[in-house]
Design a protein around this ligand. Structure first.
Ligand SMILES: Nc1ncnc2c1ncn2[C@@H]1O[C@H](COP(=O)(O)OP(=O)(O)O)[C@@H](O)[C@H]1O
Ligand SMILES: [Mg+2]
Length: 352
């Protein structure tokens, strides 16, 4: 490899976005990390100005101009930038004027680090709950079986039908408890994976929920149909999404909009694992939002904000998606609640 080829291969493979601007702050070059950050191809980005790329960043752009004029490099930590058509990002920026003609800008996302730690925390928390729950369920299940069996024996010995009423109550309640434990434990079976089209899953969920909600609730679709089919258990995905979309419908009441949005994410991480391809499914509703006192705990079993709720829907959904190597996250404020499902695609695809 020649020295130049080596240098360009290094820059092309950096995770940091590297952008080179000319004297008028027009872009001359960006590496693939820059394309990914701005979600635009290098070809389209070339010739765009710093202002086109970072529309709301007047102060930062003035600082870039100053750096070019004075040839003084600078670093800006936790810069808040809204890139064209994207969410607010937090970035560390390193600015190096190479000459009066050229300025180098390096951008690293910091919110990604924050997100990863939060996700890890969420996953660890979830595993801890399930371990406690499993232990508890086991401890309750065994004596419960004993109680039920004894009641059955007793029933056979009882002289009068009237008395059997009581043993039936014992048996009935034992069954109800056992059922509850089973549901609290969540999915038992491992995913039965087969090639699955995520949009077919969503369409199923959409039609099921449409049949339940009042006419004033709309279910809009915003699908990225380029998402490839991947190996997953469609029944489990339907169950998980149904729990989430149902909740949104219940939160909306008589009217409102639920948006089902799918996107593909490249080079994305879920917890500590990095994936080449991740399918992202957002379920967004414009309802009142999750009550503030619940927001930290909605994925726990038995946490509910509804009088007739069981509080199991989200914990089961999280368990199902975890089994697929994925994760559910949630962000909520009055008027916009988003549940985001991240599902790795590359892991599921087996070339056999
Ligand atoms: N889209 C949403 N908007 C507002 N609150 C929500 C939404 N999704 C979930 N919640 C809250 O989270 C709680 C837990 O949901 P879940 O685990 O499905 O249990 P359940 O639906 O039985 O209450 C709900 O009771 C509700 O208070
Ligand atoms: Mg629910």
């Amino acid at each position: 490899m020649t020295r130049n080829a080596l240098y360009s291969s290094i820059i092309e493979n950096l995770n940091t976005a590297v952008l080179l601007f000319d004297r008028t702050l027009r872009l001359r070059y960006t590496n693939p990390a820059g394309e990914m950050l701005f979600a635009t191809s290098a070809r389209q980005m070339r010739g765009m100005t710093a202002r086109d790329l970072m529309p709301d960043a007047d102060t930062f752009i003035n600082a870039l101009q100053r750096a070019l004029a004075t040839l003084h490099p600078f670093t800006e930590r936790e810069l808040q930038l809204r890139l064209a058509d994207s969410a607010l990002l937090t970035l560390d920026a390193i600015v190096t004027p190479l000459s009066e003609q050229e300025l180098l800008l390096e951008l690293t996302r910091v919110d990604q680090h924050l997100r990863v730690t939060r996700e890890e925390h969420l996953l660890a928390q979830h595993h801890a709950h399930r371990a406690v729950l499993r232990g508890l369920a086991h401890e309750i299940n065994n004596p419960l079986g004993g109680l039920r069996g004894a009641a059955q024996l007793l029933e056979r010995e009882l002289p009068s039908e009237a008395l059997k009423e009581y043993t039936r109550i014992i048996i009935g309640e034992a069954d109800r408890l056992q059922n509850l434990l089973k549901r609290m434990l969540g999915p038992q079976g491992l995913p039965q994976r087969r090639l699955t089209n995520i949009h077919e899953v969503l369409e199923r969920v959409r039609s099921l929920v449409l049949a339940e909600v009042p006419g004033g609730v709309r279910l809009e679709r915003d699908y990225d149909i380029s998402i490839p089919e991947f190996h997953a258990d469609p029944e489990q995905l339907i169950q998980a999404l149904l729990n989430i979309v149902r909740n949104a419908g219940q939160a909306l009441g008589e009217q409102g909009t639920i948006r089902l949005r799918t996107r593909i994410q490249r080079q994305s991480s879920i917890g500590q694992k990095r994936h080449r391809l991740v399918a992202r499914i957002d379920v967004i509703d414009n309802g009142p939002g999750i009550p503030v006192h619940l927001i930290e705990s909605i994925f726990y079993p038995m946490v509910t904000g509804r009088a007739d709720g069981t509080g199991l829907g989200l914990s089961i959904a999280q368990a199902l998606i975890n089994q697929h190597g994925g994760l559910i996250e949630c962000a909520s404020r009055p008027g916009e609640t988003t549940f985001t499902l991240l599902l790795p695609i590359d892991n599921g695809v087996r070339h056999d």
